[in-house]
Write a protein that binds this ligand. Structure first.
Ligand code: GLU
Length: 468
């Protein structure tokens, strides 16, 4: 078994969580770095909580992030036969047994143990039982070692020793015939020849039980890497109250997959003080030597910063393609003309997300200009209307409506009237874009063209005369 094989094994009980995506990314990078294989396994044995929507969200999310898997997706719900065979194998080999203890009995024992300050582990009543009372419901338990210790050798956490006496004969098959998590994970890892298990450290306590099972199946113990979970800035486990936690939400807010990958890789992993990585650089440098042992802190500002970095590096052509679904959602029509490309180039530098980019260009797409209310109060006054009127006639007279002549017209009017450039430019900007912040005013005017610009100045004048 020379080939390195890892798996990402999500339970489809919700969207693809940021933490899950990071686990998938680490698996992906480790597989690629070592020229191994990544398996996608959908752990959908919990029929009540698993949904098709969630499976789709996971698959779409991984695809969007560019985390391609080599084998699968496999669905545990379709592998029941395999699990049954393995339960039978353990029964036949005397490594598992039927337990007929009633849930009420177990509950009583549990309460008693807790009251006596003992660990409430199963007391192994049925471990040596050989009779099979007909019609009585039972579960199947694994015969865990009763003494000694079990060492989990972890690439992140180091060596962790568990006391076998504290680990009970856990259930592998419930009374309704469904196998349990710890059991199916191991059967699948064995069947899929998994060599390395990379997952969240919330699974660390399951690991010794799983080691018992690998041993029972005579399978070499895989290498483990339990990654510390992601926390919010308040040190609590990352949850909705810290902001969006699903990959889909970030996609819909206009984050780029490269930015999210880059952000996720740095949640727990570092490579010197480098912050910006291409996927190839991540693959080339990834190893578990540089994983932090403590929880990573989710910092939305840093994600925005990275996203802005990636947006800036895209060409306007690429950004237009990325904007298409957002444009469609707003019912805005775009044609790939040079003016739009130019506008994107002017605007991208100020945008941290695709949505921001689109918002900042709404004056281009929207025929109805909506003025920023506060700005309109301040800038659309009788006094400023005089300047707007003057500019309307000067701009209308420009033959070659391009940046230079526009700039000259505005500047010469300001100088001639002993005004500051802003006194003229700000009301103009508001008239033309509806806002007070935009890329260079002269460029925008050129991009929008003479007709649109003059029409918008007229609209602003109407607005002012209607308001005063
Ligand atoms: N299905 C488990 C989860 O989503 C992961 C199991 C594993 O990686 O071993 O948390």
């Amino acid at each position: 078994m020379d080939e390195l094989r890892v798996r990402f094994a999500p339970s489809p009980t919700g969207f693809l969580h940021i933490g899950g995506a990071r686990t998938a990314l680490f698996n992906y990078l480790f597989a690629r770095h070592n020229k191994g294989k990544l398996i996608l396994r959908i752990e959908d044995t919990d029929k009540e909580r698993s949904t098709k929507e969630s499976v789709d969200a996971i698959i779409n999310g991984l695809t969007w992030l560019g985390l391609h898997w080599d084998e699968g997706p496999f669905y545990q719900s379709q592998r029941t036969e395999l699990y049954k065979q393995h339960v039978q194998q353990l029964l036949d080999e005397g490594k598992a047994y039927r337990c007929y203890c009633m849930p009420e009995e177990l509950e009583l024992k549990r309460t008693k143990a807790l009251a006596e300050k003992r660990k409430p582990v199963y007391d192994r009543t049925c471990r040596e039982r050989t009779d099979h009372p007909a019609g009585k419901p039972y579960v199947i338990r694994f015969k865990s070692p009763m003494y000694g210790t079990t060492m989990v050798k972890d690439m992140v956490k180091g060596n962790i020793l568990f006391n076998n006496e504290e680990l009970e004969d856990f259930v592998i098959l419930r009374s309704d015939g469904s196998p349990t998590y710890n059991f199916v994970v191991v059967v699948d890892d064995v069947d899929m020849h998994v060599t390395h298990i990379i997952r969240g450290d919330d699974h660390l306590n399951n690991t010794p039980k799983q080691i018992f099972l690998y041993n029972a199946f005579n399978y070499p113990i895989p290498q483990f890497a339990h990654i510390p979970l992601i926390h919010g800035t308040d040190k609590a486990r990352l949850s909705k109250r810290h902001g969006a936690t699903s990959v889909e939400a970030y996609r819909d807010e206009g984050y780029l997959p490269e930015a999210l990958d880059n952000y996720l890789v740095r949640l727990g992993w570092s490579f010197g003080d480098k912050e910006v990585f291409t996927i190839q650089e991540m693959i080339d440098n990834f190893s578990f030597d540089n994983i932090s042992k403590s929880a990573a802190i989710f910092n939305p500002e840093k994600l925005l910063w990275l996203n802005a970095t990636y947006i800036r590096e895209k060409s306007a052509d690429q950004l237009l393609t990325l904007l298409e679904p957002f444009l469609k959602a707003r019912g805005w029509v775009s044609s790939k003309d040079q003016t739009l490309i130019k506008l994107i180039d002017e605007t991208k530098i100020r945008s941290r997300t695709l949505l921001e980019l689109l918002d900042m260009m709404d004056y281009y797409f929207n025929t109805d200009i909506v003025y920023d209310e506060n700005a309109a109060k301040k800038l659309f006054t009788r006094e400023k209307a005089v300047h707007l009127e003057a500019m309307l006639s000067r701009l209308s007279g420009i033959e070659d409506f391009s940046r230079k002549p526009i700039e000259e017209a505005i500047k010469s009017y300001a100088t001639g009237s002993s005004l500051k450039l802003g006194d003229v430019a700000q009301p103009l900007r508001l008239a033309v874009t509806g806002r007070t912040v935009s890329p260079g005013l002269f460029e925008i005017m050129e991009i929008l063209g003479k007709d649109k610009v003059t029409q918008r100045i007229k609209l602003a004048l109407d607005y002012i005369s209607g308001n005063i």
